[in-house]
Design a protein around this ligand. Structure first.
Ligand code: PMP
Length: 461
């Protein structure tokens, strides 16, 4: 696996609006850019613009068909057994909060949740709030525990994780890929540790539930929820070329059957089954779909997945985009292998280049080849914000801050809790990476040349 050839890349890049603005987009771990074809699709959807499950017009029926077919496409993409395991949310953040609210009543006094110091805030703050703010109001005390990572290698400390998980650990939450260190924890070992704790769940199953925050992992590799053996998997489409506004939660089907929904209201109710003394919930997956969903966003997201297969030409014999045909797992594997290989190769190149800059430290430098395609770094004596502004002045879009990996920044003793991050996806080129490295070098060597770039004086070196 390596970089895409320059002719292929040129074709891919011509499908995006950013190719017109002569900027280097390396803030892809925050959000990727949507292909023009997907934006055009959104406009075309206005021809059948209607709500779903709420009308008998041709437009409503067609929109409902497309919306429901989108669940099948998304299920196929992550190898979920069926659409019944899926719910659509605004974001990964909302998907994880949905798990928290669905499980809330099941936590018993004395239970604990184990997560890690490398989590994004969206996989820590909900558990913090549940344990320290919500459950205490009901007289229940549940502890949140944090597994360490190795400061040198950036790897999750599995021995520490195993120490923290015990017979009262109801839930283990782990990132599928860090948005700061690049680490992809070995989820099979995390699963084994969660099981070994021995918690007895209400349905009699033994072992902690496992939630994987796959926001970054989904963006850069094939996520196969069955292979992952996770009970919950959350991710967002805006990390993989789709427009903003849709996150997904996969949950094991038997959990979907028994757990309460996170939101209550219309459409999650079986037709006509609301009475003053009882209500009956709708069949899956609609039990978890209260209120009007982000219909255009869900359809566009599913179609973006199909377009990726076409874009990288993994299956030149057919066009998947703008169809509802069943998406074959082989096509998804092939497409994501190309996306992953390309992004990994650019990341390697960036790491090699950046590591030659004096005083620059890459965080998670040695997590190995199988990492999320991003490089976060700090430079001795230089503000990450000043570097990011200096990069912007040179046409390079990066990000400085803690990337919501706040615990990890504190744990590493970074003061301020910030780093500069560049991140890559299928449309970036090796030439861009060279330009990014050169721009970082200039920003570090001559920070004052960029003082007109709006660098706050307090965060300049
Ligand atoms: N987890 C990780 C690892 C992420 O990188 C992000 C996005 N930065 C999130 C969760 C949150 O995603 P969203 O903003 O779509 O809720």
């Amino acid at each position: 696996m390596g970089t895409l050839a320059s002719r292929e890349l040129e074709l891919i890049r011509s499908q995006f609006a950013f190719s017109l603005r002569d900027r280097i987009v390396t803030n892809n771990a925050a959000s990727t850019q949507p292909p023009l074809a997907v934006l055009e699709l959104l406009r075309d959807l206005s021809e059948t613009y209607e709500n779903v499950h709420r009308g008998q017009s041709d437009a409503s029926i067609r929109t409902t068909e497309m919306f429901e077919a989108s669940f099948d496409t998304i299920a196929a993409w992550i190898n979920a057994p069926s659409r019944r395991t899926l719910s659509m949310h605004r974001s990964t953040t909302e998907a994880i909060n949905a798990v928290m609210y669905s499980l809330l009543a099941d936590f018993r006094d004395g239970d604990n949740v184990v997560t890690t110091l490398m989590e994004h805030n969206s996989d820590y703050v909900p558990w913090h709030a549940m344990c320290r703010e919500i459950l205490p109001r009901f007289g229940r005390h549940v502890e949140v525990r944090l597994a360490r990572f190795d400061h040198e290698s950036g790897e999750l400390d599995l021995a520490h994780l195993a120490e923290l998980v015990d017979a009262r650990t109801k839930l283990v939450c782990c990132t599928g890929g860090s948005n700061f260190l690049g680490t992809k924890p070995p989820l099979d070992q995390v699963r084994a540790i969660a099981d070994a704790g021995g918690y007895v769940q209400p349905d009699g199953r033994v072992g902690a539930l496992l939630l994987v925050d796959a926001a970054q992992r989904f963006a850069s590799s094939r996520v196969d929820v069955q292979e992952m053996e996770a009970d919950f998997v959350a991710f967002s489409f805006h990390k993989l070329l789709a427009p903003f506004g849709v996150g997904v939660l996969y949950a094991r089907e038997d959990l979907r059957e028994t757990l309460p929904p996170f939101l209550y209201g219309g459409d999650m109710i079986a037709e006509g089954q609301v009475f003053p003394d009882r209500v009956e919930y709708n069949d899956l997956p609609w039990k978890f779909s209260a209120g009007t969903p982000n219909i255009l966003g869900v359809i566009a997201s599913a179609q973006t997945l199909r377009l990726i297969v076409d874009l990288v030409g993994a299956d030149p014999t057919r066009a998947w985009f703008r169809t509802d045909d069943p998406l074959e797992p082989g096509a998804v594997d092939a497409a994501m292998a190309i996306v992953a290989g390309h992004a990994a190769s650019l990341t390697r190149q960036a790491m090699e280049g950046l590591s030659t800059i004096a005083g620059l430290r890459i965080h998670g430098a040695s997590v190995g080849e199988d990492r999320t395609p991003l490089v976060a770094f700090t430079v001795e004596g230089r503000s990450p914000f000043a570097i990011a502004h200096a990069l912007n002045a040179q046409g390079v879009e990066s990000r400085a801050g803690c990337h919501c990996a706040t615990l990890a920044h504190h744990d590493l003793g970074l003061e301020p809790a910030a780093s500069c991050r560049v991140s890559f996806t299928v449309y970036n080129t090796p030439e861009e990476v060279d330009r990014v490295v050169a721009a970082v070098r200039r920003a570090v060597d001559a920070p004052h040349d960029f003082s007109s770039a709006g660098t706050p004086s307090t965060s300049a070196d």
